[in-house]
Design a protein around this ligand. Structure first.
Ligand SMILES: CC(C)(COP(=O)(O)OP(=O)(O)OC[C@H]1O[C@@H](n2cnc3c(N)ncnc32)[C@H](O)[C@@H]1OP(=O)(O)O)[C@@H](O)C(=O)NCCC(=O)NCCS
Length: 172
């Protein structure tokens, strides 16, 4: 069976689905907690992957300045993992960030192998500007953060025109 997957900007009706999708990963402390209000307040930063009409994945890109944006809240529903959805979400964000003229994207992650496969390189956390830690202070692991920092220059990203956000079909 073919699945039809589309990556698009999130809208208000996606918020409860995004919230529900994030919960198990928040509970495992893989991503930072967000309530529905927080998702609404940052809604323009979110992309979702819709698979056969269901929200199967989400990612958020937060811009710090001309030289830096962070990928946050990247999650693919376990039922849909390993079908290329994570890649589509990250590449969709890169495309969007690049269109906005921001030079570099980074993430703090436990899935370093996933990001290096997508062209990211591991960097020291100390190389990131102090302002990126403002949300991390709310994390219970802040004092002993064991996430790895990865980054990618947008000049190294394969860029498609913004009008062509990824749409693919994958086998089950
Ligand atoms: C990490 C995550 C988003 C990946 O999503 P996904 O849809 O399964 O990933 P994709 O299928 O697009 O994988 C793209 C490539 O990365 C590889 N990959 C996926 N997860 C990987 C991992 N944990 N380690 C190493 N490589 C991985 C895939 O094999 C694939 O390689 P290929 O192109 O050679 O086949 C998903 O596993 C997830 O939601 N994990 C839990 C939450 C999380 O850790 N989020 C990251 C927060 S920064």
């Amino acid at each position: 069976m073919k699945h039809h997957i589309i990556v698009r900007n999130a809208n208000a009706s996606d918020v409860p689905h995004i919230y529900k999708l994030l919960i198990p990963f928040v509970e495992k402390k893989i991503i930072l907690q967000r309530d529905e209000d927080n998702i609404f307040q940052h809604l323009q930063e979110f992309l979702v992957a819709e698979c056969d009409g269901k929200i199967a994945g989400v990612v958020c890109a937060h811009i710090y300045g001309k030289n830096l944006a962070e990928l946050r809240s990247l999650v693919v529903d376990p039922e849909y993992q390993k079908h290329g959805i994570g890649r589509l979400l990250v590449e969709g964000c890169e495309q969007w960030v690049n269109d906005l003229g921001v030079a570099k994207v980074f993430a703090l992650t436990y899935v370093t192998g996933f990001f290096t496969k997508l062209g990211y390189r591991v960097v020291s956390k100390e190389s990131l500007p102090h302002k990126v830690w403002t949300v991390c202070v709310h994390c219970s692991r802040f004092a002993h953060c064991d996430e790895v920092a990865v980054e990618k220059k947008m000049s190294d990203a394969p860029i498609m025109p913004m009008s062509i956000l990824p749409i693919i079909e994958v086998d089950e």
